[in-house]
Design a protein around this ligand. Structure first.
Ligand code: MFK
Length: 554
């Protein structure tokens, strides 16, 4: 008899995600959640069913660049994939950017916005890339106080009308590199009050955007990031012709293959300074902090997708006389994945909730500092967790996980970028040190960990809180000992940042588990906290069979 394995399937991505529901109940409150639930359930259905199917069907489509028309005119036209074209409509319809700026739900608007994105983005082929930059550009323009540019662009960036909605690019990377932005070579010249840019932008993501924020050095400015200026560029003129931009080619990337990442030549591109003619890296920082928050969330929705697919498959795939879901070792693997996902979830959403409070003026100075510190920690920690979990997901499928037309290898290829773009793990580890440099900044961060741990009272969770606090104490001590030694400070920066990331995650896992017990939500969150704590403490065994089963089945 012939045999075929059953492919994995997804259900409603809202109904199936107990952690998301708990988080929203806790942070939006039951009433607001009740009002939004219909939209979340609708998006959960799209994400798990029709969009997921469309994503698999669209697997081989990629954006194309047509440099010439039939008559020899240079046109540099990029055509997007069908799913991306649909994603643009969905963005406007569901306010995937707009919700954060309308602020209908006050400080919780960011939570609402990201809940909507979380439910569908894993099925939208990294459409999150242009959305992250669009969100970042809107925030940067608003922070700049440039009223002309705010008036001209922000309404488009945050529009709910697909006809008038824009996306934005973020053109920072040049041939000189993507991390040390201060050495970029693009020049800006001014004639009769008009600024024009000249240079090569080596990685420009989502090049079909209507506008971009970019960096260039005005003539006679000094070297380094302070000598750069932040510029606003509209990619096309009113007649639709490119604005002094030549698209050389699209990049041939490991993943994110639906994202039309291009090499551009700027040759007299008309541009407008956003806020003065210096301090470009400082002035683009609001954009980086938003895109890094998106990155952390993308890590989390990617992890959730991996767990959901692996779990479904485990309930169908029979080997050695039993379903994978009945095999103790496979259960243990799934349990570890669920715990890592839940840990990353809490860290990323903490950044989101702080962003919402900052933007609506609810946050105090301490929360502002905390947000600055947590953003790079969340970005770097969750990115590495997402890559590891994607790799584990493929392994859960055996050989099928390595076969392109299952759609599974894409999970790993797309995850890998999360620890590279928007600042590599090492660059962000150094940024964590920079963010902690202020007096009392480390105390603010450790208070975040301790405050969560202090909420924990259940005997089965105390050890989790203890492990989180021990890690926090180690980090404080390490920083004190190495503060005066730049070499050891730099060489230990990654281990320091990751330890802090995991400690924050565990503290939030433990306090959420306490909330779950107090609110009769069942034992899953506690099992996740205990499993993550054991992994953090380097324990080889020790997860109870009961915890493992609870986590393996979600
Ligand atoms: C799903 C998600 C999708 C996301 C898709 C995005 C696709 C787009 C892909 C890309 O564009 S990838 C390229 C992204 N590039 C980066 O992330 C750059 C990585 N490098 C860094 O982050 C470096 O740390 C940095 C460029 C900022 C270093 O530049 P400098 O000029 O050497 O900066 P310096 O002197 O350290 O800092 C300049 C000022 O900026 C300082 O303030 P002051 O002038 O007041 O002293 C810093 O404190 C401030 N600053 C730097 N980073 C900041 C920041 N302020 C706030 N937040 C930050 N993150």
């Amino acid at each position: 008899m012939d045999f075929n394995q059953a492919p994995p399937e997804l259900g409603n991505q809202y109904d199936d995600d107990a952690l998301l529901q708990e988080y929203l109940e806790r942070n939006l409150g039951p009433e607001l959640l009740k009002n939004q639930e219909e939209q979340y359930r609708h998006l959960g259905d799209l994400g798990g069913r029709s969009l997921y199917r469309a994503q698999l069907e669209d697997r081989l489509n990629e954006p194309t660049l047509n440099n010439w028309d039939a008559w020899g005119n240079r046109i540099d036209q990029i055509t997007l994939t069908p799913l991306w074209q649909r994603a643009k409509q969905l963005t406007a319809e569901h306010g995937l950017i707009a919700a954060a700026y309308e602020q209908e739900h006050g400080p919780q608007s960011r939570i609402h916005q990201f809940a909507a994105n979380y439910l569908i983005q894993a099925s939208l082929d990294v459409w999150s890339c242009p959305l992250a930059m669009t969100d970042g550009a809107a925030r940067t323009l608003l922070s700049s106080g440039n009223t002309d540019l705010i008036e001209r662009a922000v309404g488009h960036l945050t529009s709910r009308n697909p006809e008038t909605a824009w996306t934005s690019g973020q053109w920072m990377t040049e041939k000189t590199g993507g991390s040390d932005v201060g050495i970029c070579l693009s020049r800006a010249t001014e004639t009769n009050g008009q600024w024009r840019l000249h240079g090569t932008k080596w990685f420009t993501s989502a090049t079909t955007s209507e506008m971009a924020l970019t960096l260039a050095r005005p003539e006679n400015n000094p070297e380094g990031g302070r000598g750069l200026a932040l510029f606003y560029v509209e990619t096309r003129d009113e007649a639709g012709a490119l604005n002094g931009i030549t698209i050389h080619r699209l990049k041939d990337k490991l993943g994110t293959r639906k994202v039309p990442t291009a090499e551009l030549r700027l040759d007299g591109t008309l541009a407008t300074p956003v806020c003065g003619l210096k301090d470009g890296t400082r002035n683009i920082a609001p954009m980086l902090n938003i895109t890094r928050t998106w990155n952390a969330m993308a890590a989390v929705w990617g992890m959730r997708r991996g767990v959901a697919l692996a779990r479904d498959f485990a309930g169908k795939r029979r080997a050695f006389g039993a379903l994978l879901s009945e095999k103790p070792l496979h259960q243990d693997t799934l349990a570890g994945m669920q715990a890592q996902f839940e840990a990353a979830f809490h860290l990323a959403w903490r950044c989101v909730s702080l962003a919402g409070r900052l933007e609506t003026g609810e946050a105090d100075e301490t929360e502002e500092i905390l947000s600055r510190i947590l953003t790079p920690i969340a970005k770097l920690t969750t990115a590495r967790q997402a890559v590891a979990l994607a790799s584990e997901t493929l392994e859960c499928f055996g050989g099928a996980g390595y076969i392109e037309d299952t759609g599974l290898p894409r999970l790993l290829a797309d995850a890998q970028v999360l620890s590279i773009w928007e600042g590599t793990t090492n660059v962000l580890s150094l940024d964590v040190l920079r963010a902690l440099a202020g007096e009392s900044h480390l105390a603010i961060l450790t208070h975040e960990i301790h405050a969560s741990c202090e909420k924990v009272s259940h005997p089965d969770l105390i050890e989790c809180a203890d492990i989180a606090m021990a890690a926090s104490s180690w980090a404080t001590e390490w920083l004190r000992e190495n503060q005066a030694n730049p070499v050891s400070l730099e060489s230990g920066a990654r281990r320091f940042a990751l330890t802090l990331g995991h400690a924050i995650e565990l503290s939030h896992l433990a306090s959420h588990a306490q909330w779950s017990l107090d609110n009769d939500k069942g034992p899953r969150a506690g099992a996740a906290a205990r499993r993550f704590a054991q992994e953090m403490a380097g324990a080889v065994g020790g997860t109870s069979a009961e915890d493992t089963l609870i986590l393996a089945t979600g």
